[in-house]
Design a binder for this molecule. Structure first.
Ligand code: SAH
Length: 441
């Protein structure tokens, strides 16, 4: 049950998160040591200035950016010598100064025949976060974490239960996407490939170690031979639906969005349309995001149409009520033209009544038509919670009620359940020790 880890580098003891009391919100992350500066934290002019400070020609900043964002090269101090367009004597120092290794893969869990891969990352200070890469026939989506833990304390979400450790930096978020992009570009299907899904599921049921510890080299090499089938492919979508409330880490999250959407080599050159920012409904931050001029999709985690229940399910509702959150969502649509998603985890006998669907339908259509759609999500089980997903018939009735109001409604496909990689299941428990085996029993 032990999980051998790479001997290098050595890690600090993980920072202890603050466990929240019921309903308690942590809007500001604890102040902790910052991760080292990284190229992906900087704009292209800032990179050129940083390179100049090291006594190099400014255009070296652009060359590094091409390697990082365009070629998706292996970039760490060990592979610096492969950057043959840089002067041999400068390669090491440039990489060490601007491309420190920020995220170290410690475990990878695979399901859906290799199409869904969850990676547990250890950050420079020992904090753990997770990202999930989901491959579909026509697209590939990466679900990224924006904080280690979360301060929003939603009682049905595994991440919320452990509290908030710290904010991620822009580069720590971008690194999760670049890593997925590298997997896509270099090996097609990452992970163990077809056939491993059933195995992972069986192990999950037994509460055993369901992941494979990763050697650093294996992970960074794009893992040739790990069941690669289709070579090539790109990340098309990024969703801020991993650990954390990204809008509570506003500057870093928007910095990451800029790096993801800036054209190469300044950034990854993804389309803003493919990026979804999910929020509990931090109203001032929604308005601020609308004014940024980057038309990402907004997803509002509503989960209840009435304040009484939403106060319980999404404690931030005690600050900004259902009506205020929906008004902000509508303003977001007006400003960006992007149709807003309403997230609604269907929890058996808690929020899945037809009258609640009616109430939601009325609240949405009262604010106009064509501006919103609803994504019901069958609740994913989390450890220790007595709540479960709605009965499929109840779910269908809920969907039909919403459609009867003319509200487009699509049930969200939940990938990665058996590897605790689905919505609300990310808790970054790295060990296969007792706390792991207590889960999902
Ligand atoms: N902090 C952001 C991102 C969280 S995760 C937010 O709250 O929007 C993305 C989505 O998964 C949110 O809508 C969240 O409410 C939902 N979610 C959390 N726990 C869940 C669970 N156990 N089952 C299904 N969806 C869940």
């Amino acid at each position: 049950m032990s999980s051998p880890e790479p001997a290098q580098p050595r890690y600090l003891a993980p920072p202890e998160p603050t466990s929240p009391a019921r309903g308690q919100l942590l809007m500001a992350a604890p102040r902790r040591g910052k991760p080292p500066r990284h190229l992906a934290d900087l704009t292209l002019p800032e990179r050129m200035a940083a390179v100049a400070e090291l006594g190099e020609k400014p255009f070296r900043g652009r060359q590094l950016s091409v390697h990082y964002f365009e070629r998706l090269a292996a970039l760490d101090p060990d592979s610096a010598q492969q950057l043959t367009d840089l002067p041999a004597g400068s390669r090491q120092s440039l990489v060490e100064a601007l491309l420190p290794r920020l995220i170290h893969p410690v475990r990878e869990l695979v399901c859906d025949g290799g199409a869904t891969v969850k990676t547990v990352w250890r950050l420079f200070d020992g904090a753990l976060v997770e990202s999930v890469l989901m491959r579909y026939p026509d697209r590939a989506t990466v679900c990224v974490s924006s904080q280690a833990g979360c301060g929003m304390n939603c009682p049905f979400c595994a991440t919320g239960q452990a509290g908030l450790t710290r904010n991620l930096s822009t580069a720590e978020i971008v690194e999760q996407v670049r890593s997925a992009a590298r997997s896509m570009a270099h090996s097609g299907l990452t992970g163990a490939g077809a056939g491993s899904g059933g195995e992972a599921g069986t192990e999950a049921g037994a509460g055993a170690d369901r992941g494979r510890p990763l050697g650093e080299a294996q992970a960074e090499a794009g893992a040739p031979g790990r069941g690669a089938t289709v070579a090539g492919g790109r990340v098309s979508n990024v969703v801020f639906m991993g650990m954390g409330e990204a809008l509570a880490n506003y500057k870093a999250a928007v910095g990451a969005i800029r790096r993801l959407t800036d054209p190469a080599p300044e950034g990854l050159g993804l389309s803003a349309r493919g990026i979804t920012m999910s929020t509990v409904g931090l109203v001032p931050a929604i308005d601020r995001l609308a004014a940024e001029g980057i038309p990402v999709t907004l997803a509002l985690s509503l989960h209840a149409p009435d304040d009484e229940l939403r106060d319980e399910l999404v404690p931030v509702n005690t600050r900004w009520k259902v009506g205020e959150a929906l008004d902000a969502a509508r303003r977001y649509f007006d400003q960006t033209g992007r149709r807003v998603s309403i997230e609604y985890a269907l929890i058996r006998d808690i929020n899945d009544q037809e009258w609640r669907a009616d109430r939601l339908g009325k609240l949405l259509t009262a604010r106009g038509r064509g501006w919103v759609h609803v994504n019901p999500i069958p609740l994913n089980p989390t450890p220790g919670s007595k709540w479960t997903a709605s009965d499929p018939r109840v779910q269908n009735a809920f969907v039909e009620r919403l459609r009867a109001h003319g509200v487009p409604t699509t049930v969200r496909d939940t990938r990665g359940q058996e590897i605790d990689g689905a919505c609300g299941q990310l808790a970054a428990l790295d060990s296969a020790g007792p706390e792991r085996s207590n889960r999902r029993t």
